[in-house]
Design a binder for this molecule. Structure first.
Ligand code: IMP
Length: 504
């Protein structure tokens, strides 16, 4: 007969933290959110740590090169998705590795004969008001001029005229040459009182743009996650089918951190892939495994595969229908608590600490905070980052509001056969494990992180903690009844129209 567990599958919203003594040193500016992502022995320093405990999910709708740049600059990581051809994934990794802070590839480009009306549509689509004019309308074409929203009046000027009529032509544009340092580029901008400096190669082709605003952005990003050569750290997902081809290509492109991307990671497939990677590359790369939801699953990965970190979570993701479709999974809080307890046992027994990542189902900032208080070293999120400007899908307007498409890796749309099929050759999907929907846009990665990190630091101070380790060690957590959950919301207050004030 099947073994029936006596516990109930629980979610994060069923728990609350009881404040501990806040001493005078417990202020937000003293809090460190540094957290390990690689296994380490007692009293040793981990090979790699994140500066904030957030990574984005390896999903087509979430983690492209833009997200990887934005998150690494804040001290986290985006796992560039593997549900794409190897060369495409490698080129995204390479884009991030070659990203020079402050030098950005122009993403709004037109030809000189593009009409002003079409250029305005492009500006609205990309949200960027500086448009490069190149001979072929590409980001690397011969540079002919630049157009900003100060060069035309949308409701006064003739929208049918070509952009060459309105742009500032090359001979009048202050520009820099390839090789210029960021410092010199910014001195140029300052001296000429300009917002943007195009950087050209010897032949006059556009290479990059330097924006005044990025200079300040760079200065306020001291948490950037950099490798020993001061390049951004890059993470990528892999599957257990084509890893012998994918991993070498991704390492060649500069990947520092891998995770095996599977809805059920308690498998010999993960062991085989992990051992192959370790044998070939040793500890030079970080490698995560998962997902698991039990002590047993954690032990297997910790002992048999030698992975650096273990991801926890099956069926909790916002787009996930795995539990309904296959009847497997576990409440995310219950799964995390069991795995954390086993991780701590393993540490006591062996002296080896294995970071744990809580993956999926975090519906709001409170749940993120509870997951970290319970002992997750970092959290992986899909929906949270899908709602930002940096996620790959284009914006879509519906009923006067802006949305982005968000779909699961197990949905038909992603056709991610590697993740959900045992047969590498079977690309047909017999059933879906994820849905395809929309999420509202909430701003940039920086915007959302600023708010969440402020709340996390504040709660850590309430808990008398200045580090995440201290946070979980001091955490006293209580279960909430349905009634106290209701009490926790506002009560007996008339709220303004929910439609216009709802926070996401
Ligand atoms: P979210 O943060 O709640 O949106 O969950 C994101 C997580 O859901 C990912 O990191 C994956 O672990 C998981 N996931 C992604 N796609 C699917 C799917 O199609 N079905 C089930 N789980 C998925």
């Amino acid at each position: 007969m099947a073994k029936i567990l006596s516990d109930i599958s629980r979610t994060f919203s069923e728990y609350l933290l009881i404040p501990r003594l806040t001493e005078k040193q417990h202020i937000a500016s003293n809090v460190s959110l540094k957290t390990p992502i690689t296994r380490f022995k007692k009293d040793e320093t981990p090979r790699l740590s994140l500066n904030i405990p957030f990574v984005s999910a390896s999903m087509q709708a979430v983690s492209g090169a833009k997200m990887a740049i934005a998150l690494a600059r804040r001290g986290g990581l985006a796992f560039i998705y593997c549900s794409q051809p190897i060369n495409k994934q490698a080129s995204k990794v390479s884009r991030v590795k070659h990203h020079k802070a402050g030098f950005v590839e122009s993403d709004s480009n037109v030809k000189p004969d593009t009409l002003l009306k079409d250029t305005i549509s492009l500006i609205n689509k990309t949200g960027h008001s500086t448009v490069a004019v190149t001979h072929d309308g590409t980001s690397k074409g011969k540079f002919l001029g630049i157009l900003t929203d100060k060069d035309f009046w949308e409701y006064e000027d003739d929208l049918e005229k070509p952009v060459s009529h309105y742009m500032t032509p090359r001979e009048k544009v202050v520009h820099g040459s390839i090789g210029i340092s960021l410092h010199d580029a910014n001195s140029f901008l300052h001296k000429h009182k300009k917002e943007c400096l195009p950087i050209l190669d010897k032949e006059g082709n556009l290479d990059a743009l330097v924006f005044k605003k990025d200079f300040f952005d760079h200065r306020i990003n001291p948490e950037e996650l950099l490798d020993s050569e001061k390049r951004l750290v890059v993470a990528a997902a892999i599957n257990t089918h084509d890893f012998k081809k994918r991993v070498p290509a991704l390492i060649e492109a500069g990947t520092d951190v891998f995770t095996m991307d599977s809805s059920d990671g308690y498998s010999e497939f993960q062991k085989e892939a992990a051992l192959w990677i370790r044998e070939k590359y040793g500890d030079t790369v970080a490698l995560g495994g998962g997902n698991v939801v039990s002590a047993e699953g954690f032990r297997y990965l910790a002992e048999e595969t030698g992975v650096d970190f273990v991801k926890v979570g099956i069926g909790g993701g916002s787009i996930c229908i795995t539990r309904e479709q296959k009847g497997i999974g576990r409440g995310q809080a219950s799964a995390l608590l069991e795995v954390i307890a086993e991780r701590d046992n393993y540490f006591k027994q062996t002296g080896m600490y294995i970071p744990v990542c809580s993956d999926g189902g975090l519906a709001n900032d409170t749940q993120i905070i509870i997951a970290l208080a319970m002992g997750a070293d970092f959290v992986m999120m899909g929906r949270y980052f899908a709602m930002t400007n940096e996620s790959p899908p284009p914006k879509i307007s519906m009923s006067g509001r802006l949305f982005k498409p968000y779909w699961g890796e197990g949905s038909n749309r992603a056709r991610n056969w590697q993740r959900y099929s045992d047969e590498a050759t079977d690309t047909t999907m017999k059933f879906e494990e994820g849905i395809d929907g929309y999420v509202p846009i909430v701003g940039s990665v920086n915007d959302v992180l600023d708010v969440t990190l402020a709340k996390l630091r504040a709660t850590m101070c309430n808990n008398g903690a200045l580090t995440l380790r201290e946070f979980t060690e001091k955490a006293i957590i209580t279960r909430v009844s349905e009634q106290s959950f209701v009490e926790g919301g506002t009560s007996n207050i008339v709220l303004p129209d929910q439609k216009t004030t709802k926070e996401f």
